[in-house]
Design a protein around this ligand. Structure first.
Ligand SMILES: [Zn+2]
Length: 171
């Protein structure tokens, strides 16, 4: 399978300093962060490539569809993340600053992966005002009594009060 984000550099180096706008579309399987991962869907990179000396610069954006678990109600939720890119690729990359490139082509995939991984929501919400699990169908279990006396049922009213406090905890 050809690398979807690899670009031949011949044309770039024939016109140093010229701007080459490109739209690259492909999959980046296996990209995940905690319970959030990229959806089984195309990643779209809209970049302008430019040869500068021996290096190639890529500026633009990359957008991807992600799926994850709402941190409050634990239902599946999803969204789109778009990241600004400004990357340099060169034959002798500087660790942590620039990316490597081949003799005849530059593969943007490592840069796209890194940018998206940093931008995936670590603790997404299905909606801003999600109040957590529906107490009717998903009762919240209260924290175990530190004394270990599980037999004693607390009175009903304080339990509901505690639940309400949980729901409106705007974390
Ligand atoms: Zn939710």
């Amino acid at each position: 399978m050809p690398a979807p984000f690899a670009v031949s550099t011949g044309e770039l180096f024939r016109h140093p300093g010229a701007r080459h706008p490109l739209t690259l579309v492909g999959r980046l399987p296996g990209l995940a962060l905690s319970t959030t991962r990229l959806a089984d869907d195309d990643v779209v990179a809209e970049v302008v490539l430019e040869a500068q000396g021996e290096a190639v610069t890529a500026t633009g954006t990359v957008s991807a569809h992600w799926v994850g678990e709402c941190r409050r109600c634990l239902e599946v939720t999803d969204g789109v993340v778009t990241v600004e890119l400004s990357e340099v690729f060169e034959p002798d990359p500087v660790e942590g600053e620039t990316y490597p490139m081949g003799r005849d082509e530059v593969d943007l995939e490592p840069a796209l992966r890194e940018s998206l991984a940093l931008a995936l929501p670590l603790a997404p919400l299905c909606r801003e005002d999600c109040t957590g699990p529906d107490p009717e169908s998903h009762p919240v279990t209260t924290a175990p009594d530190p004394s270990g006396s599980d037999d004693e049922q607390p009175p009903a009213d304080p339990r509901w009060a505690a639940l309400d406090a949980l729901h409106f905890d705007s974390n």
